[in-house]
Design a protein around this ligand. Structure first.
Ligand SMILES: *[C@@H]1O[C@H](CO)[C@@H](O)[C@H](O)[C@H]1NC(C)=O
Ligand SMILES: *[C@@H]1O[C@H](CO)[C@@H](O)[C@H](O)[C@H]1NC(C)=O
Ligand SMILES: *[C@@H]1O[C@H](CO)[C@@H](O)[C@H](O)[C@H]1NC(C)=O
Length: 314
């Protein structure tokens, strides 16, 4: 292993990863993020409202182009070793932030030749561990970009020098704070099921933390926790429903910070505030997701850009 120097990790470009999906993958993802039987735009490819859900590309970071189960520990860490990092423990790695900017609507079937291009854009170290942030670009066989993702992982307890360090060359736009002086403009309540993580993992994240209670217990979570990206999708569905009139193609950007775990079966509430308009005329939404019963925030720093429907008007 090369010597530890966090600065060398920033800017590292991975080998391109082949990715692919079919219509069944999109339908499976929809139920993994909690879509109900009457959400025809997500679960019913026979309905004219059906369209690929725009946050789908986030699963490709681990799914790649496979159709069967993969080995989680072989998928995290990228396709080529990142120079400058200390040894990181996959059992103590949690998702910190995630965003996706939608550039073009996804086809229902990718076919061969699509790629995910990854580079490391930020690394920081503090007393609690090391945060690593990557940029992923989804490109079609001609190299046309369809989506740009930023994803940060927090390696709890990891240590390079033990001194505070931070370097960033790119990243997601910052979140706007939630207005403190007014109630949310939209609130959507939803229910995860006890099987939620068992279903979501079929989209490509086979981390044992989400199926084997003993791993969750060892990690201090008291059992299985839901994939952060499943609750991310729950919140995206809520934003599409409330602001975008139920049309998945209304969603153009979606970013969050993962603040605390969700357990399969928890009831979630997504609280949304209109906070501005983007230069393209999209409604800028700030949001958070809470555990309905405990009131604890599980997703914070939420940002969405939505083409607001008449139904979504305030
Ligand atoms: C992570 O947890 C799994 C399941 O408990 C265990 O088999 C594996 O050895 C652990 N990995 C490390 C690096 O500790
Ligand atoms: C270290 O950074 C993480 C991620 O930004 C943050 O959650 C944590 O509170 C920080 N810890 C300290 C001790 O500053
Ligand atoms: C959410 O609230 C329920 C009901 O109080 C509780 O059982 C569950 O553990 C909470 N979830 C988390 C992740 O704390």
């Amino acid at each position: 292993m090369s010597s530890v120097d966090l600065g060398r990790a920033v800017g590292h470009v991975d080998a391109d990863v082949p990715v692919g999906w079919n219509q069944r993958d999109l339908l499976l993802y929809a139920v993994g993020i909690g879509a109900k039987a009457d959400e025809h735009a997500l679960v019913n490819e026979l309905d004219k409202s059906w369209t690929p859900f725009p946050t789908y590309p986030v699963v490709l970071m681990l799914k790649h182009d496979g159709q069967d189960v993969n080995v989680f520990t072989e998928r995290i860490g990228g396709s080529t070793p990142t120079p400058g990092l200390p040894k990181l423990d996959p059992n103590r790695t949690v998702h910190a932030t995630q965003s996706i900017q939608v550039l073009k609507p996804l086809p229902a079937v990718s076919g061969a030749g699509w790629k995910l291009q990854r580079r490391v854009v930020a690394v920081s170290e503090n007393k609690s561990g090391i945060v690593l942030e990557s940029e992923y670009k989804l490109v079609d066989p001609q190299g046309t970009p369809y989506a740009i993702l930023y994803s940060a992982s927090f390696n709890l307890g990891a240590k390079a020098t033990g001194k505070p360090f931070s370097k960033r060359i790119a990243g997601a736009p910052p979140a706007k704070p939630i207005p403190k002086d007014r109630n949310p403009d939209w609130v959507v309540s939803d229910q995860t099921t006890p099987e939620q993580a068992a279903i979501y993992r079929l989209s490509g994240d086979y981390n044992g933390l989400h199926i084997d209670p003993s791993i969750g217990k060892a990690a201090g979570f008291g059992g299985v926790i839901l994939h952060g990206l499943s609750s991310y999708g729950f919140a995206a569905r809520a934003v599409v429903k409330a602001v975008g009139g139920g049309d998945p193609s209304s969603l153009k950007y979606f970013g969050v910070r993962f603040s605390s775990p969700v357990k399969p079966g928890d009831a979630l509430e997504t609280r949304m505030w209109a906070v501005g308009t983007t230069t393209q005329g999209l409604t800028e939404v700030a949001f958070e997701v809470k555990n309905v019963t405990t009131g604890k925030v599980s997703l914070s720093n939420g940002v969405a850009w939505v083409k607001k429907s008449e139904k979504g008007k305030l």
